[in-house]
Unconditional design. Structure first.
Length: 513
């Protein structure tokens, strides 16, 4: 009990169970009117717009069911507004709370009243066909002494080597063409991103982003590590940056055009994080500058998006205020920020890609959402694969949606080499009870934006958290590498893993050539 408050005074300010009284009041006031016309519901909506929009797009009550709002999401949001949360859905609004007792009661009742009892599953425009399509599967030799917790699969297209990393062992492993592994390097934490290039001396180097921790916490232990991939990698290595807040990606780009390669880092963080510019100085050291001081940066694509000759950034933010932002280079060591697409905070954005889907010369956006490890751990009908077409002047309009529970990543390329783009997707939070095959799909484009999904039978081989698309066997077509994170983060109750717990990866070999 807070010091200085009597039980009677606290009982007047605790809210949660008294919401049943609120419902009775709403019904009495509204009479025969619908809840949409109820002035108290309207007031609750205005309060939600006022308080929620300070951090992210105001979510509609219809996005989640009643239980998820009341038992999970609203209690989490209450703490952000300075409320104290007690058991059995009770809250205490103190003098330092950003919202009053009465207003929080109205806001909460708005969501609990209008939210559905249960979300309806989305209908699929075209059912998936259960077959391998144009692929066959190759697996490494099974080692049952190790549990697979793969965080990275990445094909080095320069040295033609495959690299993986594991969350439990925090190592970097190199695989040859026969899928035989060699532990390449022990690191301080798991690798989640890699980039390969040749330095000025012609040596191949790999720059690896390590996460620091997978825990949803403000622990800044991520690193950017550069390794020589040609010679003695133990002797020729360097750490470019340390103390990064759970970084998920680092991309090379000479931001200020001084001839020295810089790095832009997506620091996803937790409550703290941001988008950072690691500026390379004349002494080859890096200084960190903040581009956007907001957590949730998950992916950056570089390009000259306004055709002025300077590198710009397009960035997906996937925590709270979710969306895609464009950062135009101001040519003075900074950026001008512009929002392109914005998504509700419960979407769980996971990836995007820029491709010209309708062959009009403009880059369109492929977007996926499906991260389901936060406060609303239910299957969501809006999770899946989206295509947004460029309408000129970087305005985008949704042209395609396919529902995929827990969709994690999509990569578009011409897999079957028929002249149009196909799409491969993975879903880490798939519906493993009713539809585990949606964990890996191939969308074969038949006509413009008309796809035939193929559910490749790999759901028993692993639970896919990462994917890379490259010509692994160098035969002229694009293959798919899938990484298996076999343990934890299971949101469905009473689900026993039906997938292989030991295979770190599989390769889907393309049979087109």
């Amino acid at each position: 009990m807070p010091v200085g408050l009597s039980r009677q005074s606290i009982s007047r300010q605790l809210i949660g169970l008294p919401l049943f009284t609120c419902f009775a009041l709403f019904i009495a006031v509204a009479g025969c009117q619908s809840t949409q016309e109820d002035p108290l519901i309207m007031e609750g909506r205005l309060l939600a717009q006022h308080y929620c929009s300070n951090c992210h797009q105001t979510p509609s009550p219809e996005l989640l069911d009643k239980d998820t709002w009341v038992k999970h999401v609203l209690p989490a949001m209450a703490t952000n507004l300075g409320l104290e949360v007690y058991p059995e859905g009770l809250y205490y609004a103190g003098s330092k709370s950003a919202i009053s007792f009465d207003d929080w009661q109205k806001l909460t009742a708005y969501y609990q009243t209008l939210a559905p009892v249960k979300l309806k599953p989305a209908s699929k425009p075209t059912p998936a066909i259960d077959n391998w399509g144009i692929f066959t599967v190759e697996k490494p030799r099974l080692d049952t002494t190790r549990t697979a917790m793969t965080t990275l699969v990445k094909m080095d297209t320069i040295g033609h080597q495959l690299y993986t990393s594991d969350a439990f062992r925090s190592d970097l492993t190199r695989w040859n063409s026969a899928l035989q592994p060699t532990r390449f390097r022990q690191l301080n934490s798991a690798v989640v991103n890699a980039d390969f290039f040749r330095d000025k001396e012609g040596k191949e180097r790999g720059t690896f982003t390590t996460l620091g921790t997978m825990r949803a916490a403000d622990i800044a232990r991520g690193e950017l590590v550069s390794l020589n991939l040609d010679g003695n990698q133990q002797a020729d290595s360097s750490t470019l940056a340390v103390d990064l807040p759970r970084p998920l990606q680092s991309v090379p780009v000479d931001v200020n055009k001084d001839g020295r390669m810089d790095w832009v880092v997506c620091g996803f963080g937790h409550l703290k994080g941001g988008l950072y510019w690691l500026k390379q100085e004349a002494n080859d050291k890096f200084t960190k500058q903040t581009i956007r001081d907001t957590p949730g940066a998950i992916q950056t694509i570089t390009g000259d998006f306004n055709a002025d000759g300077w590198p710009d950034l397009m960035v997906l933010f996937a925590h709270a205020d979710e969306g895609i932002w464009l950062f135009l280079n101001n040519k003075k060591g900074g950026f001008t920020e512009r929002n392109l697409l914005r998504f509700p905070s419960v979407y769980g954005s996971t990836s995007f890609q820029l491709v010209d889907f309708n062959k009009d010369g403009k880059l369109d956006i492929i977007y996926t959402c499906g991260d389901n490890s936060d406060y609303s751990k239910i299957l969501k009908p809006y999770h899946g694969l989206y295509i947004y077409l460029n309408q000129d002047d970087l305005q985008y309009k949704q042209a395609y949606f396919y529902p995929i529970n827990g969709c994690t990543k999509a990569v578009a390329t011409d897999f079957d080499q028929d002249g149009d783009l196909d799409i491969a997707t993975i879903a880490f939070f798939a519906d493993f009870r009713h539809n585990p095959s949606e964990g890996c799909l191939l969308f074969e484009q038949k006509e413009s934006l008309q796809f035939q999904p193929h559910a490749m039978p790999v759901s028993t081989l692993g639970r896919w958290i990462c994917m890379d698309v490259a010509d692994v066997d160098q035969d002229g077509d694009q293959d798919v590498v899938l990484g298996n994170f076999s343990k934890t983060f299971i949101i469905q109750e009473k689900i026993t893993p039906s997938w292989n717990m030991h295979l770190p990866l599989v390769v889907l070999k393309n049979k087109t050539r």
